[in-house]
Design a protein around this ligand. Sequence first.
Ligand code: GLY
Length: 275
Amino acid sequence: MVRAAIVAHGGAGPGPDRRANLIPCLERAREVLELGGSAIEAAVEACVILENDPVFNAGTGAVLRTDGSVLTDASLQTGDGKLGFVTCMHNTPNPIRICLDLLDEEINGLAGTGARDWADERGHKQAHVVGRAPKGQIGDIDAEITGDTVGVIVRDRHGKIAAATSTGGCSYRPAGRVGDVPLPGCGFWAEDGLAVAATGIGEAITCALLSNRIYERIRASDNYSLESLNSTTKSTIDDLIDSKHSVGVIVLGPSGEGIGVSNTDMPWSTWQADS
Ligand code: GLY
């Protein structure tokens, strides 16, 4: 048996005040684990808590697209090779639950109305997502360019790991735009006891294949101390991301607590079981 652990973030940029909103998410993940639930179940249930909190750009609080629509993306990956991701889903406040259903299917990913139809067939009820307009107008000095995402990584007592991410996308982007969250290796990567989840401007994260690059560099270092996870993650962000793009990452390895690193003010929190 290993020590279970959780790490969660609330997006690139909102700052430490938002950390309080992560507490219910960590508590929910702990509860699921303490009741004998798996890393997958704990990550999904914790992600749902964040999707249901309107302060986050995910689920209920998803930022509006330029046409006024509210479309949600999510992904779920396990360290033992299961994957599910969805993008541009309408009327879907909890897209992470659709990802969960995809884990045991022949297909990994779904998009748009086809994704919504597939969810309907499996009994996931449609629900209007109110969303929120970004602050300001594009071009304004104080326009809110946000690529916030929520993310949770959980390691259970059996050493299994799962990474869940969810977002409403990035502000001032059109309805069909695909960001990093549903793209494997970009917004997330989990494999063999090590997982990475990203937040921030999706285009920058996608161009850098950021989560997979961080994963590969940590593997190459073969050092999972918190100090090494932090320095490898930070140097990879610095190498691959122009600092004008807000980006943050959480990482959880095969032992120890999780870490959070960002080039902006990312609220994040971690917990590890005593034994
Ligand atoms: N990171 C969320 C997005 O850009 O879609």
